[in-house]
Each structure stands twice: as C-alpha cells, then as structure tokens.
Design a protein around this ligand. Sequence first.
Ligand code: GDP
Ligand code: MG
Length: 727
Amino acid sequence: MPLKPFSIALAGNPNSGKTTIFNNLTGTRQKVGNWPGVTVAKKEGKIRHRGLDLIITDLPGTYSLTPFSIEEIVARNFILDEHPDVVIDIIDSSNLERSLYLATQLRELDCKVLFALNMTDLARSRGIKIDTDKLSELLAVPVVATVGNKNEGMDRLLEAAVGLAESETDTARRRRVKYSKDIEAAISELQQDLVRECAETVPYNPRWTAIKLLEDDKVVKERCVSVAADRGRALFEKTDHLRRRIMDLYADEPEIVMTDERYGFIAGIMREVQTNATYRRVDISRNIDLVLTNRFVGFPIFLFFIWAMFQSTFSVGEYPMQWIESGVGLVSKAIDALLPQSLLKDLVIDGIVAGVGSVIVFLPNIVILFFFIALFEDTGYMSRCAFLMDRIMHLIGLHGKSFIPMLMGFGCNVPAIMAARTLESEKDRILTILITPFMSCSARLPVYIVLAGTFFAGHAGSVIFAIYLLGIVMSILTGRLFRSTLLRGADAPFVMELPPYRVPMLKSLMIHMWDRSKMFLKKMGGVILVGSVVVWTLSAFPRTVSYDTDYAAAKREAIAAFDARIQAAAPDHRQRLEALKDESLAELERRQRFEKAEKSYMGMIGKTIAPVFAPLGIDWRASVALLTGFVAKEIVVSTMGVLYAVGDRSEGDVLQQALQESGMTPLSAFALMTFVLLYVPCIATVTTIRQETGSNGWMLFSVAYSTGLAWLAAFVIYQGGRLLGLG
Ligand code: GDP
Ligand code: MG
C-alpha cells in the first residue's frame, strides 16, 4: 500500500531564498497555480526522495503570521488547515533577528518546524557568526545551514525534513515564547476555558487559540464563532474581560504588549546565538565618524590629513632621495671613467642616465604618496572623504561619489578616470572625467618637488599642498561651469556608503603601494627612457662641426694663456691661478653647452614656441620641457635636466643650481607649476578619456580646455604677481 505523501511547506520572509530552494528541491516537477480565491501564486512540486513521495509547497513570503495581509492569511491557513507534516522556515542568516519573528510565531503553532539557515555565505561575509547548535537547542528545532543559490545543503535539508516528519511529536520539548506573568496567567485562564468548553470543536492548539483571542485575531474569532456557536459567547466575554485587564495593567493593547515581548524573547536568543564581528567595529566606526565626519571639524581634519600627506611625502622622501641621487651620480661617474669620449658616452650619460636618473630619484616620494592613498583606502577614510566632499560636490551638481575618482587622481589619472564608471548618469560621468585630470597625479609631483624645493626651500610641502588645492578648486569651478552650460542636469541620487573603519593590514598596504609604484618603474624603463633619448638627441643635434672646432680652439687658447701666466707667476701665486684656470674652463664649457642647446633642434623648437609662454614667465627651455611632458609628466623634469643642467656633471643638485641661475623666480616657478598642474594630461590619460567618453570630441575638448585654462591661470598668477611686486 503506497504511503500518503509527506507534505512539506516552505515558509519564510520575502527574499529569504524560498523560491530558490523550492526550485533546487523540485527541479522541473512544479505545478504553478493560484491559491484558492486569491491572486497569490501557489507553487507545488512532487518529488521522490528515498522511496518517499514528498509534496513541497512554496508559501507566500511573510514577516509574521498576523492576519493583516493576504499573504499572511494564505500562509497561516495553509499551515492551520492543511497540516503539512513539516514546515521549513527559510531564514535569511544575514537578517536573523528579523527572520526570528516569523520563526517564533511558527513555533507557537502546532506544527513541526525546521530551520533552514539560508544565505550563510552572506552572513559570513558580513562577519556574522551564528551558533546553530545553540539556536537549535534554544528553540528545540533542527537547524540546517544552506546556501540556496549554490544548491548547498539541500540533501541535508530533505534528510532533516523527512526525519522530523517521521519522528513522534514531542510537545514537552517544545520551546516557545514565554510571556510575562500577567499575560501568561490570562493565556492559561482562557486556555482552560477553551479546553473545558469546546475542546472538541476548536480545531487548533488551545494555547495558540487563546493567544490569538487575546490578540483580537479576527480570523480565529470568526472560526470560534462558527464552530462553538452559543458556547462561544461566554468565551468572548471572558476574552474581553481579560483584554481589558491587560490594557489596565500595561496601558497598551495586548497584541502590542505581546509583540514587544516576542521581540524581547528574540533579543535574548540573538544575544546567545549570534556574535557579530562587525557590531563592535560598527560602534567604533560610529564614534570615529562623530569626529571625522563632523559638520564643523570634519573638513579641517580632512584638509589636515591631505596636507600631512604631502608634507611627509616631501620631507620623509628627502632622505632616500639623496641616496638615489648619489647613486645616480656614482653610476654617471663610473660610466664617465669607463667609456672613451664619444657620442655614445654623451648619449648614455647626458641622455639616459641624466634623464632617467632625474626622474627615478622621485621613486621614494611616489611610493610614500601611494602609501598614503592606500592607507586612506584601506582604513575606510576614503569614503569619508567622499562623504565630506558631498556638500561641496553638490555645488557643482555632482555627488560626493564623484570625489573618489578625483582622489584617486592624486595617484594616477588613468585608473581614476576609469573609476568614474561607477557613476550611473552619463552626464555625471563625463563631467567627472573632465575634471579629474585637474587632480594632480603623482607624475607631476617630481616637477613640483624640483621647483618648490629650489624656490620655496623652507615651505616646499605647503607650496605643493597649495598647488594640489588649486587643482581641486579649478576642478570645482570647471564642474560648475560645465554643469550650467554643456552638461546641464540634476545629479543622480546616490546612497553614500560608509563602511566600517578597519585597521589597515600592512601586507595589503604594501601590495597596493607596490602595485602602483611598479607602474612608475615600468614607465621608467619605457616611455621615460625613450623620451629622454629623444630629448637628448634633439638637444645634441645638429652638431655643427665648425662650432665644435671653434670651441676646441677657444679652449686651447685659454689653456695656453693660463699656462703662460702660471709659469710667469710667483710660486705662492700659482695655486690660485690653477683654481682660476679650472673655473674658467668650466665656465667655458657651460657656455658652450648652453649655446649648443640653444642651437639644437630642441632650441629651435623652444625658440619657436617661447613667445607663447613668455607672458607666463616661462623661458624657452621650460617651454620645451612642457612640450615633452605630453608623453609623460615626469619627462618635464628630465628635459629640464638636459636643458638647464649644463654645469659640471658630478655635482649633486645640478638642476637646482642651474634653475636658480636661469633667471627663474619664485613667482615664475609657481606659474610654471600651475601650468604643469592644469595643462593637457599625459598621452595615456588622453587616450583613456577618449575610451571612457567614447568620443574624440570630448577628448579634444578636454585637451583644449585644460591647456587653455593652464595658460590663463599661469598668466593671471605671473602677471598678477608682478603687479603686486612679487617677482
Ligand atoms: P524568495 O522571495 O524567498 O522566494 O527569495 P528568492 O528565492 O527569490 O531569492 C531571492 C534572491 O536571493 C535571489 O536572487 C537568490 O538568487 C538569492 N539567494 C537565494 N539563496 C541565497 C543564498 O544562500 N545566498 C545568497 N547570497 N543568495 C541567495
Ligand atoms: Mg519567491
């Protein structure tokens, strides 16, 4: 004789994964229809499991079993009237507390309940730990952990369901909500009446019925009326009396008091069952945020952090910078000693070693800058920056979220522009892409370090900070301008996430820092090496033969003249004359190199474009340097190295000295830095802009706009400064 199939119902909150698990269990054997009389979908599936027939029903998703919504009534009636052998309560483990409300209500019903702790993957990833044994023990229910969308735990779930269906009911072991004394008294009084008066006619478990009557549950009341007829009247009078007493005692409706007490019960379970790794973190984070995102002090603190970042980038970086500098000097000297005088030697020393060397000394600064950016990201401070900037960003019609690409731009504009992809609105994205290049990337840092270090020695860090700030201001002004003209529209609404602060892991900091610094080193071997060679070639040619011979003649003459004087001089005078001779020869060589650079292709280019830059206080050599900066911003420094540093090769800070002697002033240096900050970003960034906006138009626009703005800003600074008598 075939056994009656087991009936298994799946209950649970909406989105707890019921349907997913239902599909996992039943596969294609599903029957989809409606629940009788209502438009709520009913899904049923018949399967065989170990020779047993199982009928599985997907109940509507509900948060409770109060008869307020059609879904709740359908789910409850199914359990009450169809008596499924097992009800599986699908629980969203990442939302245990909310799920337990339905669970405790199911526990009060006269049915066999089994918990499927679903979404355990989500819970784990959120740092939530649930003690399933404890939960099972506290509520006396079997508990099975599942991951619905990965089909994990389904066999164990069926196993447990069948086991529970086959087991004897063990009402004594059943744990359920225990209400406070007066309510329990009312429940048991009513329960006794129910059993005495109409036990045979009331179809449900008497305790549950008593509770529902006290809660004034319309459906249960009607049910009682229909079955208990006259005998029901006395029951209702009793119920009314008890309800009034509870209302007198608690000054609240019994259903509200009982709901509160259920939540109290759940809170107790939660405390025992769930340890929340994130709780403490969230609390600590909240406290930190009270300060760091405070309306008044948050912004000054943010500015301080950024200032401290540049200050230490500059000051801490100085020591390793000097070591690398002397290292480059040593390499240069060694090659000088090894190779015979030749064009190749010039190329290696003046082109490659000087070019690459003048940039590689900034590796420590760049590593430190990236360290800070990684630190901000890993601790969670980066999102606070976005949060703090939100109000300011709204001034330009952008959301604080746009500030993250901008902040990343401090590292490198290429990934920063790509990061704008997270913005949903097309206009927001294009606007963010257009203003991100004004965030001064790490490649521009060497230029500032050289110029600020030379002309603002004591305040280099602050001057660099000011330049970065200027970049931010320019991007804000630009954003505002474009928002009201080219890219009109409102900013898209966004939720600002504030993830909990984390203690940064040194290893992850190192990895982040190193990944980015590697890019810098790769650039060294690639574009900067090639750029240096090109710059050197353009500055070393054409080699006018007569010029070289002229120079050789001049040198010979000078040597002869000095030697004659030394011979004639008194012995104690000779040493001074020797020194004078060395100095004069060096000066001669300097002048020769300088003239050579001026007559080179580089010089020709520089002289051609110089008029454009003259009003900015930028001479022809810096103009050429700016031109080469299009390839990569670091090359600006190496070009300056080749064009300015025409003195003795072995000296330490040749470039600094040469710059000081070149007629550049603090004012013109600042104008130059401003120009470097704002003008066309490097070729990689420009390509990325085209790729991310999907249009040549925006790319060309960005190039023209930034370069135009750079010229204008540098002009205002230089000429304005001169009017004020600053330079
Ligand atoms: P229902 O409203 O209870 O029927 O929930 P669904 O079955 O429709 O599932 C809601 C969403 O949760 C779907 O996108 C599922 O893919 C997903 N989901 C189901 N179970 C899990 C799980 O264990 N882990 C995760 N991460 N997602 C799940
Ligand atoms: Mg569903």
